[in-house]
Design a protein around this ligand. Structure first.
Ligand code: ADP
Length: 194
């Protein structure tokens, strides 16, 4: 049985995490943020080291480690009853993050909608990331070069995922709007999904 899934998609700083956290509080929705799962690893964990090595440079973690982390977390959440595969909608934030990951997950996910939080002005996202650096203690948000590299990685590696899923299920939302307007747009669409 495939997981009924909606994807939150957008550049670093586009607000995926904020929306994902809110959606995850709705009964019947389970939020998985890939970046959070990486940050929850302990530094002694070999996967934690791989994460630091790549994220500190603004690069993606290699696919094998990423997919392993994803399976490990989803399995644990299923076993402890947080995620009910038969009834819940999975809200994915930050995964799949390149076309290869999308292909690997193709047999596992039944993607009903992709919410593309689109922001025409990169300086807005840089501003958001820099604001969150101290608040959320994120080293990768504190360094302007790393932020720039992440935005490049997003353009070259992540953005092609939109084409993989195709325009029929991609919903583009202006990420520069107030968060409430973005949420309203997502909820209105989710309410119409079969
Ligand atoms: P943001 O979207 O603001 O860049 P995330 O918390 O989603 O922040 O991701 C932080 C970092 O974690 C990324 O820069 C990347 O190194 C790593 N990461 C998160 N998700 C993935 C993924 N699906 N594949 C590879 N690397 C990932």
């Amino acid at each position: 049985m495939k997981y009924r899934t909606i994807l939150l998609f957008g550049a670093p700083g586009s607000g995926k995490g904020t929306q994902g956290k809110i959606l995850g509080t709705i009964p019947g929705f389970f939020h998985f943020a890939c970046g959070d799962a990486f940050r929850n690893l302990r530094i002694e964990d070999p996967m934690g080291r791989i994460f630091i090595e790549h994220s500190s440079k603004g690069e993606l973690v290699p696919d094998e480690a990423t997919i392993q982390l994803w399976s490990r977390n989803i399995q644990a959440s299923t076993v402890n009853g947080q995620f009910d595969l038969a009834h819940d909608t999975l809200v994915l934030d930050g995964i799949p993050r390149n076309v290869n990951q999308a292909k690997i997950l193709q047999d596992t996910l039944d993607v009903k909608a992709v919410f593309f939080l689109s922001c025409a002005d990169p300086s807005k996202m840089v501003e958001r990331l820099q604001r969150r650096a101290l608040r959320e203690n994120r080293l990768d948000d504190a360094n302007l070069d790393v932020i720039r590299r992440r935005l490049e990685t997003y353009e070259t590696e992540t953005k092609p995922v939109l084409e993989f899923y195709g325009p029929a299920i991609v919903h583009t939302i202006d990420a520069a709007q107030p968060q409430l307007a973005v949420l309203r747009h997502i909820l209105n669409t989710v309410a119409t999904l079969k």
